[in-house]
Each structure stands twice: as C-alpha cells, then as structure tokens.
Design a protein around this ligand. Structure first.
Ligand code: GTR
Length: 417
C-alpha cells in the first residue's frame, strides 16, 4: 500500500508544479529546473529568488537632501535634473559639451521598396569639429502611402549594420522593416560599432575619442552606451527634417546592450516619445540591487567600455548606489516605456526588469499619468499595458524577434496613433 501512495503524492506534486508554470492566469515565475541548471553552471551568480538580498530602493520622489517631491514642477525643475546627474556621474558617464556641426548626406535611395510601400535611403551623419570630421551610416525607411505624417522608430542595432540593399533583399527579425512599414511606422537604424566600437580597446576609433581630440576619457566621461544613445539622437535630428515624419512621435528601441542604450537615450533626450528596451538586464531595466543573474561587478569587468568608472565601485555594494534602474524609467516619465523579457533569459533578471517598471509608477502618477503598478508579473506570454508603460515576458531565450516587435508596436499604437 505504501508504495502507491508515495507515488501518487509525487505525481501530484509534479502536476501541481507543472500547472504553476503553465497556468495562463498565474503570474510568471522562473522555471525551477532552469534555475537549478544555471546555478550549477555558474556558481558565482545567483539565480535563486530566495537568495536575492533584501533591499530598499531609493525613492525617486525624495531628493538627496531628503526633500519630498510633491509636484510636477518640483520634479521637472529639481529632482529630475538631480537624478540625471547622478546617472551621468555614477553609471553612464557625462557627454561632452563641445560644439559640433552636423550634416547628412544621402548615399543611396530606392523609392519603390516593398512593392511601392516604402522609400528607403542610406544616409551618412557627418559630425564636424573645426577641420576634423567623423561619420557613421544609417538607413531610413518611410511609408509611401500615409495620409499624414507618421510615427517612427529609431532602432539601435548592436549586432550588425543592415545596408539598404540587405534590408530590401532579406527580412530580418532583429529589425523587421517591412513589418514596421506595414504597421504605419517609418524607421531608421544604425550599427553601434560604427559610432563607438563595441570592444574594450576600441576607444581610439570612436566618437568619444573624436570629441576628446584623442585624449583618454576621464573617469566620469561618457562611455559607449551613452555614445550609442547620442547617435540615436543624431538620427532623430535627421528624422526631424523629414516632412512625412511626425518627430513628436518617435520611439527609440534596442535589444540587450541596445536596450540599455535605448533607455538611457530617452533619459538624455526628451524628444523620444517612447523607449523600448528588450531583454536589457543589468544596467538596463533590471534593478542592480537584486544582483540576480548578471551583476554590476561582472558587467563592469566584462564590458569596461560601457559604463563610467564609478559604476564599477558598486560591485558587491549595490545597496550603496545612490540610484537604481527604476529611476532610469522614472526619468523617461511621463513619456512611454516598454520593457520586454524572455522566460529563459534569467541572466537579464526578468523579475528585476518588471520590478523596476513598477517602482517608477509613483513618478508617472505625480505627472498625472497611469502606468503599471501591480507587483505581480503577468503570466508568460500575456502582455500588460497600462497608460504609459507596457510589459511582456515571452517564452524562449535572449533575443529580439517579430513576436517582441509585434507586441511592442501594439503598445506604441496606444500612445502614438
Ligand atoms: C550579455 C551581457 C549583457 C547583454 C548582452 C547583449 O552577454 O552580459 O549585459 O548586454 O550580452 O548585449 O547581448
């Protein structure tokens, strides 16, 4: 008798557990088997929820001197600038204020792309300081048949450059141009490494060295993420000159390191109406204090060119950070923010990505806007949209594809159309 009873309980336990992760109505939780597997593979990193340190997040609505921020005016005139400066000095670095001139050159054009649905152009942004110049290419697509100026998405491509000819030849889920056009959006994209090489020793060839006249960067000078975000703003400068685009309705998007960049780009440049951050993790949407998956210590040693020097000092001392990543989202308020996670991408800490969106809610509220407030994550595969913020977690690993894009555009439609 004993054996069958034990078996039944074991089966029930298994069934109960399986139904937790698959029940379409329950809030997402990391798959315990995956947690176990990753823990075994990377012992020095934490994937276990119960081992997340207890932490208190800095309150975005309390200033450094302890003043409570009680009005939109106090936010805009005081606290927002204070927070922006903290992120500049402690995390992403400070952009130079050197004067430069900027012009754009068209290097190729196709007026009847995608059976006449779009015009595609390959462009060059040329930045000049005195006699010196620096340039990077980007590609723009404009819907041909819109009856009024369209919204647009500037996509930060951290993987490769997609030249005009390539974009016309083969669909690319990482930047699905045809899909964007079909949904009524213009779009533009550039490759991060063309602006600032994505490698530890690439400084000399990038825009940062160009601005510094070859001098090495100071500890708090901008790093690559900020440089890439700056480039997204230069592409927006160009979009502002195109009559068929409504420059007040332009989103900035990116995946992973590109998703960290899209958030920071929208903090630095308030012209972006939405930031879309896909699987951005540490230094992006995920809260640093959770130290779940990738940590401040790990990211600043693996990618020292992404963050300014002070950020590395918080390795293992995340609780001492004067800010946390929910305040990056707060800096984008009252504009739109969309965060997307992936079920198997625990390295990017989906719970921490969602939690920071929620922790920014008081700022949206102060500014008279609605945003996601529920501490419970939505179930796997179910999108949540409330006012200015949206979120989904899909099944699968680290990556950006048409499913993510489609859900993001559903959110963008609610704010930009
Ligand atoms: C990972 C890195 C992340 C993320 C990602 C990417 O290896 O640890 O911070 O940015 O790469 O950009 O694909």
């Amino acid at each position: 008798m004993l054996i069958p009873i034990v078996l039944t309980i074991a089966t029930m336990m298994f069934t109960a557990r399986a139904s937790i992760s698959q029940d379409a109505s329950s809030s997402w939780q990391a798959d315990p088997d995956l947690v176990e597997k990753l823990t075994r593979q990377r012992r020095e990193f934490n994937y276990v929820e119960s081992k997340v340190p207890t932490y208190t997040l800095p309150d975005p609505l309390v200033t450094r001197t302890g003043q409570h921020v009680g009005s939109p005016k106090e936010w805009h005139d005081g606290r927002r600038g204070e927070l922006l400066d903290l992120f500049r000095d402690q995390v992403y670095g400070r952009r130079p204020d050197t004067e430069y001139s900027l012009r754009f050159e068209q290097t190729a054009e196709v007026t009847q792309a995608f059976d006449g649905a779009a015009t595609g152009r390959e462009m060059k942004a040329i930045v000049e300081i005195g006699e010196r110049s620096f340039s990077f290419p980007f590609v723009v697509f404009l819907p041909n048949n819109a009856s009024r100026p369209t919204p647009a998405v500037v996509h930060i491509n951290n993987r490769y450059f997609v030249p005009l000819a390539t974009a016309l030849e083969k669909p690319d889920p990482f930047w699905p141009v045809k899909m964007l056009i079909d949904r009524g959006y213009a779009t533009a994209s550039f490759h991060t490494s063309h602006v600032d090489p994505d490698k530890k020793d690439g400084y000399a060839d990038g825009i940062r060295a160009f601005f510094a006249g070859g001098d090495p960067p100071s500890d708090t000078a901008w790093r690559s993420l900020s440089a890439w975000g700056w480039a997204a703003s230069r592409v927006l400068d160009h979009l502002e000159t195109i009559d068929s685009i409504d420059a007040a309705r332009v989103a900035v998007s990116g995946h992973s390191r590109g998703g960290k960049t899209s958030l920071w780009a929208a903090c630095e440049d308030e012209r972006f109406a939405i930031a879309y951050s896909n699987n951005s993790g540490c230094g992006g949407a995920a809260l640093s204090r959770r130290a779940y998956g990738e940590t401040v210590g790990r990211i600043t040693s693996s990618f020292p060119h992404w963050f300014c020097k002070p950020f590395s000092n918080y390795a293992g001392r995340e609780h001492e950070l004067p800010i946390d990543q929910h305040e990056v989202i707060a800096l984008i308020a009252p504009r739109g923010v969309y965060v997307a996670s992936a079920d198997e991408d625990l390295w990017a800490d989906p719970k921490g990505e969602y939690a920071s969106l929620v922790a920014a809610a008081p700022v949206f509220e102060l500014l008279g806007k609605r945003s996601i407030e529920s501490p419970r994550m939505p179930p796997l595969g179910q999108q949540r949209i409330k006012g200015q913020t949206g979120y989904h977690i899909r099944s699968g690993g680290h990556g950006l594809g048409e499913l993510d894009w489609g859900l993001f555009l559903d959110f963008a439609d609610t704010l930009l159309k």
